[in-house]
Design a protein around this ligand. Sequence first.
Ligand SMILES: Cc1cc2nc3c(=O)[nH]c(=O)nc-3n(C[C@H](O)[C@H](O)[C@H](O)COP(=O)(O)O)c2cc1C
Length: 328
Amino acid sequence: MPDLSTSYMGIKLKSPIIASSSGLTNSLQDIIELEKNGVGAIILKSLFEEEIVTEMEHELHKMHSENYLYPETMEFYEGYDVEDTLTSYLRLIDECKKQVNIPIIASINCISSHNWPYFAKSLEEAGADGLELNISILPSDPEASSLENEKVLFDIIKAVKSEVSIPVAVKISSYFSNLAGIISQISRTGVDGIVMFNRFYSPDIDIDTFDVIPAPIYSSPDDYILPLRWISIMSERVGCDLIASTGVHDGKTLIKMILAGATAVQVASTLYKNGYAQVQLMLNELKNWMANKDFSNIEQIKGMLSQSRSVNPAGYLRIQFMKHFAQK
Ligand SMILES: Cc1cc2nc3c(=O)[nH]c(=O)nc-3n(C[C@H](O)[C@H](O)[C@H](O)COP(=O)(O)O)c2cc1C
């Protein structure tokens, strides 16, 4: 029987499927169900910096309606004792740690480096096994340089790393001008994992009503090709774990991601579309495939087809359809 255990950020996991941060990882009940169905770890729904800061500002305004100054010190936050978003989040971590046996990774959605050192510390103290930084920067300002956009990311990593001793992963998007360079730079900050890639809320247009509407929330099974290429290119070039995210819907894609070099995969859309039992189906497919190919553990297959170990490394770098155009 093949051993499906792996490790994520130095934490041993019983399976390489992790429940991504989403509305499905926001309650103890769902988390217990996910554990029963075989996920190796849970990334809790992100705690949103903006949401907490807005709540705290609101409270502060109530206390000092005049001459309001924004304090960014731990002492300021320590004065709070309200049932707010942060408190409920800390309670969820505590409950999970008491009732489930798989690692619980807290997730924070960061837009600046100001508040996170304090928040991150409280998540660690509540018992989180690790921290995932969901750093979402949409580089939409034409006047901002890529260096300016990237500085925010590195400032956040530095601020959080200086506060916590639990493992830290960074979940990034693919919106970078020099993706290989940035992944390599992130890996040198001392983070333990890089999740590639986040999938954001996106706008769409309704041509009947002329409204801007939400685009489909869930990924499609073909979306895996972007993370697959980049995991295969980067997996032997970084000193931290790479975790595949976006478009991992079935067992075959799980196997492909591990062959490309992923330590584990994260899944959200397939759980929404197919239910939690999909995790069992995916794990069974991996197990049967490994048994048929005579592999006994994940380490044997991890990165077997990464770009640098593949017999066709150029295949991962090709971007034009030249041959196909020639064939008509
Ligand atoms: C309803 C929903 C809520 C999500 N909320 C979060 C979140 O709070 N934090 C986060 O980092 N990612 C969030 N995500 C993104 C997922 O964690 C994941 O990265 C993305 O959906 C791509 O993976 P998938 O193709 O398996 O869905 C959310 C996704 C969905 C569908």
